[in-house]
Write a protein that binds this ligand. Structure first.
Ligand code: ZN
Length: 257
């Protein structure tokens, strides 16, 4: 708590602070700039992939890699229209061959999906489209930066000065890593559900698959909650809220199909 106050005081005195997110318009407290978030995410991404490769866990299944890439390419094309600055992102997707039920998209468009979630939940293309649409929405909405900011606050804010001064990005790589393990807020989840659904519908993925996806996910919680659910906590009425968006989303999907 004491550290959080220090962080807030430092932030108040710096250029980085409360900003309106360009996509949602919502005010966010951010301790890292978009450039810093992307640079450190790129570093964490390279590290994650090289560790997976060392363990032989980077999927070499060409069919699966192509399937995932076809799906994410459609989403990326729409993301660039929804949020034009993402045209300059170095988008990338990896398929990690681990039994984890997880998927993510870091700031700057560095994505991964795990074979565990595809196989155990027997995901259709529409469901993969929905899950990656939701992840990309988190990135477009700046939620990764918010989580990184929380990771910095957790570290005690000791290195905050040099981070804010942009002197040492290596400090931020572990922060980008930790951020991936922190839960999003329920408010962020609702936002990502809403924007992810629209992004996926525009890319031609069936909005109804989002409902099926979350139903499958909660059914899989039997043997311990999937990692995905610990980082994406359910806004209480998720299924209800998604269903309420269907009349709005179905025409977008029908048009894009
Ligand atoms: Zn989420």
């Amino acid at each position: 708590m004491k550290y959080q106050l220090v962080v807030i005081a430092l932030v108040a005195a710096s250029l980085v602070g409360c900003q309106a997110n360009p996509v949602s318009g919502r005010q966010q407290l951010v301790l890292v700039s978009e450039d810093q978030a992307q640079a450190s995410s790129a570093q964490a991404y390279t590290q994650t992939l090289s560790e997976a490769q060392k363990k032989g866990n980077l999927s070499t299944d060409a069919g699966l890699n192509n399937r995932v890439r076809r799906i994410t390419d459609r989403l990326i094309a729409e993301a660039k229209l929804m949020y034009p600055p993402s045209r300059d992102w170095q988008w990338s997707v990896a398929v990690i061959d681990e039994p984890t039920l997880n998927a993510w998209c870091m700031p700057g468009g560095k994505m991964a999906i795990y074979t565990g979630i595809i196989q155990k939940l027997k995901l259709s293309d529409d469901e993969i489209g929905q899950i990656m649409g939701h992840e990309i929405a988190h990135a477009l909405l700046g939620h990764g930066r918010e989580r990184m900011s929380r990771a910095i606050a957790m570290q005690g804010g000791m290195q905050l000065g040099s981070i804010l001064a942009g002197r040492d990005l290596s400090i931020l790589a572990p922060v980008a890593d930790i951020a991936l393990t922190l839960p999003n807020s329920r408010e962020n989840e609702s936002e990502a559900d809403r924007y992810g659904l629209e992004l996926a519908a525009r890319a031609g993925f069936d909005p109804r698959a989002a409902v099926r996806l979350w139903e499958k996910m909660s059914a899989a919680s039997g043997d311990g909650p999937p990692q995905f659910l610990s980082t994406h906590p359910a806004p209480g009425n998720r299924i209800q809220a998604l269903n309420a968006l269907m009349p709005q989303m179905m025409p977008i999907y029908e048009k894009a199909r």
